[in-house]
Design a protein around this ligand. Structure first.
Ligand SMILES: *Cc1c(COP(=O)(O)O)cnc(C)c1O
Length: 389
């Protein structure tokens, strides 16, 4: 069986975790600080705030920005539900911007048009969450220009894009977004088991995210609103959460990040092998924008023959022991979002993409022979589908 994604763990990771197990701190210790510094540095950002997963990172990011009820947050329909749910956690309204047909990322021109309309009707978003789908950076420069013009904050969902670059700068740099969020789920680029991080250059936002990460409680004597009652004294200033990452997870994360370049190189080599092998098949390979360098969390292809063929090819691949996946069912088509008023046809490009999409296996331990096996199975499945339809 070949999964669509899986973690790469070696002895360095295991030793790092064991060392924490023997240390004084399993949580709230020095491994978290080290991990935050390591990721922030790689991302070209000043501050990193490690949290339990990317979903909680998105939540604390919006909370730190002050997003609340009456606010609007826009994201891409072609993403995991967490990209939209974070706004709902804050009581904000969600809307979507349809995708670019080539990159499957939020389309900057559609965003511009939607903002023009929203400015007229006074329904501008408080924050926009572009998602670096499959690891390929969104077009952040035009999105940044729109943010300055219309006054919204950018929270980049870079769950797929640890190590990706945009115009030569790492995904996470302040020129691209106010806050950038990473996921460390085992299927992503580097893992901590469960884990996530929000990076920013804004000290105040970093502090606010730390506050929301840990119950809204501070122990900093300089920040107290009431007189201290003793050395034990702490104060709760916000309705925060417990979204902390453990030191066990953070140590694993630091060990993983130390091998990030090797991980990226292998993912890019796999993508290049797929690109070459699929050139003559009736599938659309993932187009790469020249401004970005993808981290290749996913290798999504479109089955040119359409929806029925996609379903048959998906089933044939699973029957052949290759557990391809589909990314994503458009978020607005989920029953929860339909109950909020969204309907089929609202974001036709994301819907059209979804009907034809299959994510081929992509992970560091996928060997060249595995790639060839995937391509052979796909070739057979497509030929079979062509004869029956
Ligand atoms: C995986 C993922 C998330 C959620 O990440 P968790 O760490 O599992 O919470 C959010 N957004 C996108 C685009 C993802 O792929």
């Amino acid at each position: 069986m070949i999964p669509y994604a899986r973690q790469h763990i070696d002895e360095v990771d295991i030793a790092a975790v064991i060392a924490v197990m023997r240390s004084d701190f399993l949580t709230q210790g020095p491994a978290v600080d080290r991990f935050e510094e390591g990721v922030a540095e790689r991302a070209g950002a000043r501050y990193g705030v490690a949290v339990a997963n990317a979903t909680s990172a998105l939540h604390v990011a919006l909370a730190a920005l002050g997003v609340g009820s009456g606010d609007r947050v826009w994201t891409s329909p072609n993403s995991f539900v967490a990209s939209a749910n974070c706004a709902r956690f804050c009581g904000a309204e969600v809307d979507f911007v349809d995708i670019d047909e080539r990159t499957y990322n939020m389309c900057a021109e559609r965003l511009a048009r939607k903002l023009e309309d929203a400015a007229r009707t006074k329904t501008l978003p408080r924050a926009v969450i572009p998602v670096h789908f499959a690891g390929q950076p969104c077009e952040m420069e035009p999105i940044r220009a729109l943010a300055s013009r219309y006054g919204f904050a950018i929270v980049a969902d870079a769950s797929h894009a640890v190590g990706a670059t945009y115009r030569g700068a790492p995904v996470g740099s302040a020129a691209q977004a106010d806050i950038t969020v990473f996921s460390f789920h085992p299927v992503k680029i580097v893992t901590t088991g469960e884990g996530g991080m929000a990076v920013t250059d804004d000290e105040r936002l970093a502090e606010r995210m730390r506050l929301f990460r840990s119950h809204g409680v501070t122990r900093d004597p300089a920040r107290m609103e009431q007189p201290s009652e003793g050395l034990w004294y702490y104060e709760q200033h916000e309705l925060g959460f417990n979204y902390r990452l453990t030191d066990i997870a953070a140590a694993l994360g630091s060990a993983q990040v130390s091998r990030l370049d090797a991980f990226l190189a292998r993912r890019r080599a796999i993508a290049a092998r797929y690109d070459a092998a699929l050139a003559d098949l009736p599938v659309r390979r993932p187009w790469q924008h020249p401004d970005g360098s993808s981290a290749y969390h996913l290798y999504p292809v479109r089955i040119a023959a359409g929806e029925g063929a996609r379903k048959a090819v998906f089933a044939a691949m699973h029957a052949a022991g290759i557990r391809v996946n589909v990314h994503y069912i458009p978020i607005h088509l989920q029953p929860y979002y339909r109950r909020l008023g969204f309907a089929p046809g609202d974001f036709p490009r994301a819907e059209a993409y979804y009907r034809e999409a299959i994510s081929l296996p992509m992970f560091v331990d996928l060997g060249d022979a595995d790639v060839d096996r995937v391509v052979a199975a796909l070739t057979t499945a497509l030929a079979l589908e062509a004869t029956v339809s």
